[in-house]
Write a protein that binds this ligand. Sequence first.
Ligand SMILES: NC(=O)c1ccc[n+]([C@@H]2O[C@H](COP(=O)([O-])OP(=O)(O)OC[C@H]3O[C@@H](n4cnc5c(N)ncnc54)[C@H](O)[C@@H]3O)[C@@H](O)[C@H]2O)c1
Length: 317
Amino acid sequence: MSIGITKTRKVVIVGTGFVGSSYAYALVNQGAIDELVLIDLDFERADGEARDLNHGMAFGSPMRIRAGDYDECADADLVVITAGANQKPGETRLDLVAKNAQIMKGIVKQIMDSGFDGIIIVATNPVDVLTQVVYKVSGLPKERVIGSGTILDTARFRYLLSEYFQVDSRNVHAYIIGEHGDSELPVWSHVQIGGLPLNVYGQIENYYQDQDMQELFENVRDAAYHIIERKGATYYGIGMGLARLTKAILNNENSILTVSTYFEGEYGLNGLYLGIPAVVNQFGIREILRLRLSDQEQQQLEHSATILKDLLNQIGY
Ligand SMILES: NC(=O)c1ccc[n+]([C@@H]2O[C@H](COP(=O)([O-])OP(=O)(O)OC[C@H]3O[C@@H](n4cnc5c(N)ncnc54)[C@H](O)[C@@H]3O)[C@@H](O)[C@H]2O)c1
């Protein structure tokens, strides 16, 4: 598959709840694509979102938006899955994973039955596990099944570091890797502010022991809990993150983003999806970046992988 600049850039979103519609809104505002199709189990909801977004057209860049069905995936460049069930009272995390894995299976079958031959992005949680389910069920090459991974966590990390040091977050380079969830880790050894490592710019010698840095990371890791406590869900940040990823793919940017990617021996890990910086372009994942992790970071990454492997084993993937 190759995306020429004269070709219509078409995206299909499956699941137009908070996350799907925030992503659609970001795409419209950024004029990132030419054609957008919204699919939801609840067609009326998708149709309502399409109508609402179309009414902003006079204020933004022209593009075509409509609610539709899976046959629309046939000529799409990108299908982005943001559909999923939420945890019900009394339901365990594992129940929810198994339920969402079943939902993914059904969705992917319909996408592939259309003749789709593009790239799939998954944002539904637990995103690393469900991206693996989509990869296995779709039969697409690993490069073309991408999870949103830790793109949002990395953005939160850069934002909080920028606040702490009072430097524009675009000049802060830092990664959160591993599971998008409780076992994720900050790669302190590679944090750079204006090209300077943390011990030079921030004069922080031992980032693992430093109380401020520890608290800062905890605020990144627990950000979703803090937002959900206050407003019930998180969606703007991930919506913008998905738009960023979409542009990296459709504009063939070779951007480095911490997406969830399939490991085949990198960092000594095999057979699972995890958040890691990777080069993203029109073919999907070009390569995984090989960071020189400290021993502590390598151990934490392996711990994160073990947790995800257990979950994958429990649901049979
Ligand atoms: N990856 C991230 O960083 C990140 C951040 C925030 C939220 N999320 C995840 O995104 C997912 C969606 O969150 P939300 O707040 O938008 O939820 P939501 O409940 O608002 O929306 C989910 C939508 O999916 C639809 N849906 C359910 N089953 C479907 C199916 N089989 N086919 C088509 N549509 C279906 C529902 O009708 C609903 O419109 C959740 O799993 C959430 O945890 C991920």
